[in-house]
Design a binder for this molecule. Structure first.
Ligand code: ADP
Ligand code: MG
Length: 286
């Protein structure tokens, strides 16, 4: 196809030899299939900041490390420089996350660099070499659903052990290739340490996976991996190969119920005593 304008610099630099076709455009980016020498790769072109939606929300930015303090100060300001710095940090976040996660053994597309606002990465492909379908596009047997669910949960654990939470994990951001699920789309990845929404985001990611795979294997709907993973993480006991049960003892909640019952009993007892005193007083009056 004709080279799109945003990809022209990569063609000029010789990083991309040919743009083959465009994949379905997502919420935040356009993804092209390109040829680089003998390999076929994906080139992700981010939409302009003003055309992007929720992922740039403050809750995702919290706890992100900005290496240089001048940049950090600039990002806090609404100046044009500040906005540019924020945009660059945003764009770099996905390629940073991909390198970190590939290193941590999480199944993600292998990154090949980030040039002029374009992310070059491995194309996740099906048996025929075409771009792999998303989870949302496939129908699973109960066995496949259980297997893929456990693989995704294992990747979420490895990811959190490496300090990151996806933050937008859903059936639209997981591809399926012959080896199983592959997690994609990470520009909003959250640093777990130092982000007040981290627990909530982790639980939401995990719950999305439970809901999706639970359509094919309903027993998954009874699991509670999110709380279990977070509890281990918080107590410093989460490891990349942590074994999980899928069950979570709601200690505090059951303790609360016991406590509440005790309070109710005490109140009833008090009321009985009060009634008795009243009766005694009335009898005394007689
Ligand atoms: N590495 C890849 N290999 C194959 N297909 C991909 C790859 N990355 C993205 N895609 C396709 O492009 C779509 C949009 O990419 P994504 O990273 O999810 O961006 P968006 O923010 O626009 O959702 C995905 O749903 C998927 O179908
Ligand atoms: Mg997406």
């Amino acid at each position: 196809m004709k080279t799109p304008k945003r990809l022209q610099p990569l063609v000029d630099d010789g990083m991309v030899d040919e743009v083959l076709y465009q994949l379905m455009s997502g919420k935040e980016a356009q993804v092209f299939v390109v040829r680089c020498g003998d390999s076929v790769r994906c080139a992700k072109v981010y939409k302009e900041a003003k055309n992007r939606s929720f992922k740039q929300a403050v809750q995702y930015q919290e706890g992100r490390k900005v290496r240089n303090s001048r940049r950090a100060r600039a990002m806090g300001k609404k100046t044009r420089y500040g906005q540019k710095e924020q945009e660059d940090a945003w764009l770099n976040a996905e390629v940073d996350a991909l390198y970190r996660l590939a290193e941590a053994g999480v199944r993600v597309p292998k990154p090949f660099g980030f040039v002029d606002g374009v992310l070059l990465m491995e194309m996740i492909a099906d048996e025929d070499g075409k771009a792999a379908p998303r989870l949302d596009d496939v129908t699973l047997t109960p066995e496949q659903a259980r297997e893929y669910h456990s693989k995704v949960i294992a990747d979420v654990v490895r990811m959190l052990s490496a300090g990151l939470i996806h933050g937008d994990l859903s059936e639209f951001n997981v591809l399926v290739d012959p080896s199983g699920p592959v997690i994609i789309d990470l520009p909003q990845a959250v640093n777990a340490a130092g982000n007040n929404s981290a627990e909530r985001m982790l639980e939401r990611d995990v719950d999305n996976m439970r809901r999706y795979f639970g359509r094919f294997a309903p027993e998954l709907l009874n699991t509670d991996y999110g709380k279990e993973i977070w509890a281990l993480y918080e107590s410093g006991e989460l490891y990349p190969d942590s074994r999980l049960t899928g069950c979570f003892e709601h200690d505090t909640e059951s303790a609360d119920v016991d406590e509440l019952m005790a309070v109710i009993e005490a109140a009833k007892e008090e009321e009985r005593e009060r009634q008795e005193r009243l009766r005694d007083a009335e009898e005394g009056d007689d």
